[in-house]
Design a protein around this ligand. Sequence first.
Ligand code: PMP
Length: 395
Amino acid sequence: MELNMAVEAGPTDVVYLDYNATAPLRPEAFAATVDALQSVGNASSVHQAGHDAASRVDLARRRLARLLGCASSELIFTSGATEANNLALHAVSSGDGALVATAVEHPAVLEAARAITASDHGQLIELPVNRDGITELGPLEEACRRGGVAIVSAMLANNETGVLTDLAPVIKMAREVGALVHTDATQYVGRLPLDLNDLDVDLLSLSAHKFGGPQGVGALFIRRGARFPHRPLLVGGGQERGWRAGTLNVPGISGLGAAAEAARIGLHDEAVRVAGLRDVLEAGLISQLSDCWVNGANSPRLPGVTSVTFPGAPADAVLAAMPDVAASNGSACASGAPSPSHVLLAMGLSREDADSTLRFSLGYATTERDIERGLDAIVRAVQEVRRAMAISAEP
Ligand code: PMP
């Protein structure tokens, strides 16, 4: 599927409502990436071309630092949030204490935590969530009382439902027992204002393509002074202060920086605008379709995300019935073996309801017209699938 949005910001025939999977490249990021691609220079080289590449990286680091409210020197560029999450957890051996993560983390946290604790014979404590997607902190409290917690990883915003985690009590409990706090902020960065001066986490992961940068580039924030063991995943040439060896992806990093800067400008107003569009979509679906609900509707959520269950309408069939709408089902099917969303199951949905859930995610280039067209197409597709299911269920 081709999307010209970033380059021309014009409409295409596809209503793109899948920003949580990846956002269209922002024009500023496109320009910065292409500009860097057209130049030569390894950011580690000592000649002028190397200095030019290094100054592109410096600019991107400063732009990202401004978006996050941290120092440039606290940022390590990676290949994305998957690597950033793995790096954050990998450094903390579960021999140093239990790893604690919410049950609704992205697989890039949960699978990393499972692999680490399996190889260290350590303990992974998964924090359950309630029906609204809010993390229950009882097991964390208990683990802290028993002692021996090494790190707590809790995402700022869930990728499937958009439900936000209130990190304040998590940070407080972790601080009392000297545990590190990591947050996967991949879906939050560039969507809502964030200030690391106020949010006292030790580590934070992000990925550029969720806020309009290129795919395959991201960063890990490591707070200065954090008691974080220096155990890199990749060793070699010592780039990124020894945290992440390998020639820097200068075009990708330049695009990330430009996207961070573009996202920062007008972030608050943009969040309000996008939330307004999301609310129109939700209200339209609920009023036009009988029997559907929004997961996490009672919780604080990201502005541009809605997870809607349409009982009796399997998500895959609905997606197939609306080829002009790009949205996501909740299943983890990257491996080719679809399984129901662990997030929705953790929130207490039945397998059948989880399989009848679609995620629509909006962002900076979403227009009112997209929502009008999207709403019509979704309503028609759900009605069509429900009708077909009813006919096929007839004796
Ligand atoms: N964490 C969250 C919450 C995500 O939504 C994603 C992307 N779906 C990732 C981590 C991984 O990001 P990437 O694939 O860019 O490494």
